[in-house]
Ligand binder design. Structure first.
Ligand code: BTN
Length: 266
C-alpha cells in the first residue's frame, strides 16, 4: 500500500503538454499557489535539465514539478536537493528498480562496467527580501521506451528495467510519498539525517571532473562531506571538495570522449 501524502500534491494540476513544468510551477508560485502544489505534464516542449541542458520530454515520460515553501534559510536550500534525490531514488526502488544516486541527485541504474540514467532533478528557487519564497522541485523520470531515440543507449527507463508496462499513476503516488518524507526529514533534522542515507544509495566507482580555481580536477567520487559537498579523490590520493555546479560525472571509460549529451543521459 502506498502511504498517503500530508501536503505534497494537496493541489494537483495535470497538463497534456507545456513548455516546462518548472516554468508552470514557477509562474503559479509567483501568483501565490500553496505549498505542496504539483504540476504534472504528459510531455514538455522545452524541458530543462541542470546547467541549461535539454531534458527530452516525449509523451510516455513523467514530468513533475512541485511548489515547496520550506521554513529554511536561503543557504539551506541547495542541500535540500540531496534529500529530494533520495526521495526519487526510493520511489524508483519501490517500483522494483534498483536505482542509485549520482551527485547531486541523478538516479542511475548500474550495469556491469557502467550505468544509465533513469531520472533527474532540477531545483530552482524564488526568494524575496533575503527569504526563501518558494522552491520549485522538478523531477523527470524516463518511464517508457517511447521517444527515447538516441539517448536510449546512455539512458534507461522504468519499463525496460521491470520488463513490463508500468502504471504511471502508481509511479506518481510513490514519488510524492517518498519525496515528501525526505523533504520533511531534511526540514526537521537537517543534513545529519540525509548524508548517511545518501551514502547508502550512492553509485560506486564513478569518476568526476570539474574545475577548481582554474585547475581541472579529475577524481573518483568518494562520497559527501558533512556539509553536503562532493568529495573527489584525485590520482595523488588527495581529497578535493566540490560545493556546487559544474561537476561532470563520468564513468571511468568515458573520460574525455563524446559530445555533450542531453540531461536525460548519464
Ligand atoms: C537533470 O538531470 O539535469 C535534471 C532534469 C530535470 C527534468 C525535470 S522534468 C520536470 C521538470 N521540468 C523541467 O523542465 N525540468 C524538470
Amino acid at each position: 500500500m502506498i502511504k498517503k501524502t500530508t501536503w505534497l500534491g494537496s493541489q494537483r494540476i495535470d497538463l497534456e503538454s507545456c513548455s516546462s513544468t518548472n516554468d508552470e510551477a514557477a509562474r503559479l508560485a509567483r501568483a501565490g499557489a500553496s505549498h505542496g502544489t504539483v504540476v504534472i505534464s504528459e510531455s514538455q516542449t522545452a524541458g530543462r535539465g541542470r546547467d541549461g541542458r535539454v531534458w527530452r520530454s516525449p509523451p510516455g515520460g513523467l514530468y513533475l514539478s512541485a511548489i515547496v515553501r520550506p521554513p529554511l534559510a536561503i543557504a539551506a536550500v541547495p542541500p535540500m536537493t540531496l534529500a529530494i534525490g533520495i526521495g526519487a531514488c526510493d520511489a524508483i526502488r519501490a517500483c522494483g528498480v534498483g536505482g542509485v544516486l549520482k551527485w547531486p541527485n541523478d538516479v542511475l541504474v548500474e550495469y556491469e562496467g557502467g550505468a544509465k540514467k533513469l531520472a533527474g532533478v532540477l531545483v530552482e528557487s524564488q526568494s524575496q527580501a533575503g527569504r526563501v519564497d518558494a522552491v520549485i522541485v522538478g523531477i523527470g523520470i524516463n518511464v517508457s521506451e517511447v521517444g527515447m531515440g538516441e539517448v536510449s543507449t546512455v539512458a534507461t527507463n522504468l519499463e525496460r528495467e521491470v520488463g513490463e508496462p508500468v502504471e504511471r499513476e502508481l509511479v506518481i503516488q510513490r514519488l510524492l510519498a517518498h519525496v515528501e518524507r525526505w523533504i520533511d526529514r531534511y526540514t526537521a533534522i537537517g543534513l545529519s539525517a540525509v548524508i548517511p542515507a545518501w551514502h547508502e544509495r550512492m553509485a560506486h566507482g564513478l569518476v568526476a571532473r570539474t574545475t577548481i580555481d582554474g585547475e581541472l580536477v579529475i577524481g573518483e567520487v568518494a562520497g559527501l562531506d558533512p556539509d553536503g559537498s562532493l568529495m573527489l579523490r584525485d590520482d595523488q590520493g588527495k581529497v578535493r571538495r566540490i560545493h556546487s555546479g559544474d561537476v561532470e560525472v563520468l564513468r571511468p571509460t568515458a573520460i574525455g570522449s563524446g559530445p555533450v549529451a542531453p540531461a536525460n543521459a548519464c
